[in-house]
Design a protein around this ligand. Structure first.
Ligand SMILES: Nc1ncnc2c1ncn2[C@@H]1O[C@H](COP(=O)(O)OP(=O)(O)OP(=O)(O)O)[C@@H](O)[C@H]1O
Length: 223
């Protein structure tokens, strides 16, 4: 589904990531950990073709990212839901419109019933008409997850989705990601939170990728 072969990435200085080879199988659940500045967000950006590798090959849904034109990239991204670290919204639009925006942009429009189901699922049905600045950190994170999955993506990539949340809210968000995985979605979550990883491992066979010394490697069962 997502495959890296001897991938390197540099923003112009020295290499941030070197010789990364791995494969995220369909339906798998992975965490990505590593110190601040190690390249977790950069790795996720490579996964959704926001960045191109400076060396090696990345394959998304069996297509080499270098062979994709702009339309192909847009089509590929529709199969991927991304929860960004900063969860930005359009502040003048109500939550419901923000969540359905990806469907609108893709020219699909979302059925009102689907949107209601989705907001119910993330526990935000009562806030459908609220404006983003009125939402708490946890509500914003859950809204960002709803927006990421409105197009029924095959893959969900989340960058520190529980970064600003208390433990109870983190577990709630994790439960939603585990539910998505049980529905067959491939999940990749960048996080610093080892407790979150431990909690996930009690629910799903999650694996841990660790960035260290520019390499991304599978961690052992002990984290
Ligand atoms: N657009 C950019 N141009 C140049 N350098 C960048 C750019 N984006 C990130 N970097 C640098 O690349 C390194 C990795 O950044 P990245 O955001 O991928 O790390 P991270 O592991 O996600 O960090 P954190 O855990 O703090 O969010 C950092 O040193 C950062 O300053």
């Amino acid at each position: 589904m997502i495959a890296f072969e001897n991938v390197a990435y540099s923003y112009g200085g020295g290499e941030l990531l070197s010789d990364v080879s791995l494969r995220l199988a369909p339906g798998s659940f992975h965490f990505l950990t590593g110190p601040s500045g190690a390249g977790k967000s950069t790795f996720l950006k490579l996964c959704y073709a926001e960045l191109q590798p400076t060396a090696g090959r990345i394959t998304l849904f069996d297509h080499d990212v270098r062979s994709l034109n702009r339309d192909d990239v847009a089509r590929t991204r529709r199969r991927m839901g991304v929860v960004h670290q900063d969860c930005q919204f359009l502040d003048h639009l109500p939550l419901s419109a923000n969540v359905t925006l990806p469907a609108m942009v893709a020219g699909r429009g979302a059925e009102a019933a689907d949107m209601k189901d989705l907001l119910n699922w993330v526990g935000l049905a009562k806030l459908a008409g609220a404006l983003p600045p009125q939402l708490s950190g946890g509500e914003r994170q859950r809204a960002a997850l709803a927006r990421a999955v409105i197009m029924s993506p095959d893959v969900v990539l989340a960058d520190e989705p529980t970064g600003n949340l208390d433990w109870e809210m983190s577990l709630r968000l994790l439960t939603l990601l585990v539910e998505l995985n049980k529905m067959g979605k491939t999940i990749l979550i960048a996080t610093h939170d080892l407790n979150l990883i431990r909690a996930a491992k009690q629910q799903v066979p999650a694996r841990v990728l660790r960035i260290a010394k520019r390499r991304v490697q599978l961690a052992g069962a002990d984290l």
